[in-house]
Design a protein around this ligand. Structure first.
Ligand SMILES: [Zn+2]
Length: 155
């Protein structure tokens, strides 16, 4: 793994459009931290993404995680729990009621644990790869848009 982009938070501020390190951003996102500074929390509440990082003001509202985190959560929890259920059942033959209770609670708990972390990771991935609006600052480009010619038409 490259040694670039440590958790210094120094890269906050002007976006020059240069490449962003993926792995540091992913690690920050999986900890539910801002992919840019690693300090500010990206969620207000359980899954609601903040518009901006409270520490470095990095815009986070460009994220389009949508159903991705739920898909990844089901994928991981399914692949962890299904072999576990089979293993426990064949090895221990527990009472069905105990088995159902333990695995229902375990599955729900694991899903609730993973969901916000995977969402953070997905947002960090989008941020690092400059997907959607996470690219270089588009505001300046919009301000310099050519005139539409409305003034000339009015005369
Ligand atoms: Zn930040």
């Amino acid at each position: 793994m490259a040694d670039t982009g440590k958790d210094t938070g120094k890269d906050a501020g002007v976006d020059t459009g240069e490449e962003r390190a993926l792995w540091p951003a992913l690690k920050r996102g999986l900890r539910r931290r801002c992919p840019n500074c690693g300090t500010g929390g990206i969620f207000r509440g359980y899954l609601k993404v903040r518009d901006h990082c409270p520490v470095c003001e990095e815009a986070l509202y460009h994220q389009r995680a949508d159903d991705g985190p739920a898909y990844l959560t089901i994928l991981i929890v399914g692949h962890v729990m299904a072999p576990l259920i089979l293993g426990v059942y064949t090895a221990l033959r527990p009472d069905p009621l105990i088995m159902a209770s333990v695995f229902s609670v375990g599955t729900a708990a694991l899903s609730l644990y993973l969901l916000p972390r995977l969402k953070g990771g997905m947002i960090a991935f989008q941020w690092a790869k400059r997907m959607h609006g996470f690219g270089p600052d588009p505001v300046e480009a919009e301000l310099e848009m050519p005139d539409t010619g409305d003034e000339a038409a009015a005369e």
